[in-house]
Design a protein around this ligand. Structure first.
Ligand SMILES: N[C@H](CCC[C@H](N)C(=O)O)C(=O)O
Length: 279
């Protein structure tokens, strides 16, 4: 399944368990030539406190606290497979229990609005060693001596937002991995490069922690919405245009960030666990 091109392999763990640790399995299955292919692995598990629990592992095997595009797909799976027919659904994640409002046409979930919770802005909880809480347009010095201004937001997982007119491949692919692993981010960081088109619309490219360039990032779109409002560059409700499609985000007066977007099933199947990927 995918959320506007941010694709994951989803495993239904209600009735089955994995043949090996997810940290080991995620890189194997995510490999687009020797595995199934995806930006990572997402486990759909039973929960004592919600309709289901989601665990997300990036393509490098690292576990993340949250995945915005992924949680919309989990809700679609749970509802369409009849594991729960509630609406809204509640999904337990690494950042707590989230509420998801489903748009249903026929028997299909076509769109999901997620209450992503409140942004986390204290530097130590992003986490980052940069000064300020919130960290807004702070200079981040790179190892070549140059610096970029960054605004840091956590949606349960860490994000570094850079407002720029330069979304070229050269800059994106040079700076993305450098900033992902920058010492100012003890747990690494997801990096969003943002061009402001208007106070209601931005264009974004994302270099994800643990997965590199992806076509979209739901938590990243929410972090951009918060950073745009904090810096006065955008309104609190914006359309975020990513390479894979668009998400609607709003940092509501209640403090929660809401994200609306589609969720798509590409195929279902099974992998013969005894066959090891060739690598
Ligand atoms: N790479 C992210 C997890 C996936 C987030 C993204 N795919 C989304 O839709 O929010 C991290 O390590 O925090």
């Amino acid at each position: 399944m995918h959320g506007i091109g941010n694709d994951y392999i989803f495993v239904d763990c209600f009735e089955q368990s994995l043949p090996e640790a997810p940290e080991v399995l995620a890189p194997k299955l995510s490999d687009r030539h020797f595995g199934i292919g995806g930006d990572g692995l997402i486990l759909i598990l039973p929960s004592d406190v919600a309709d289901a629990r989601m665990r997300i592992f990036n393509a490098d095997g690292s576990e993340a606290e949250m995945c915005g595009n992924g949680v919309r797909c989990v809700a679609k799976y749970i509802y369409e497979r009849g594991l729960s027919r509630k609406n809204p659904l509640r999904i337990e994640t690494g950042r707590g229990i989230l509420s998801l409002q489903l748009k249903i046409q026929g028997d299909r979930v076509t769109e999901v609005t997620v209450d992503m919770g409140e942004p986390i802005l204290e530097a130590a909880r992003i986490p980052t060693t940069l000064p300020g809480s919130p960290v807004v347009e702070a200079p981040l010095t790179l190892d070549d001596g140059t610096s970029v201004n960054v605004t840091c937001v956590s949606m349960g997982n860490p994000h570094c937002v850079i407002f720029t007119e330069d979304l070229t491949d050269e800059t994106f692919r040079r700076l993305g991995p450098i900033i992902e692993k920058h010492p100012a981010f003890p747990q690494r960081v997801n990096v969003e490069f943002v061009r402001v088109c208007s106070p209601q619309r931005v264009e974004v490219r994302v270099w994800e922690r643990g997965s590199g360039e992806t076509l979209a990032c739901g938590t990243g779109a929410c972090a951009v919405c918060v950073a745009g409002a904090l810096t006065g560059r955008t309104e609190r409700k914006i359309t975020v245009r990513l390479p894979g499609g668009e998400l609607i985000t709003e940092w509501a007066p209640s403090g929660s960030v809401f994200m609306t977007g589609p969720a798509t099933t590409v195929f279902t199947g099974e992998w013969p666990a005894e066959i090891e990927p060739a690598r």
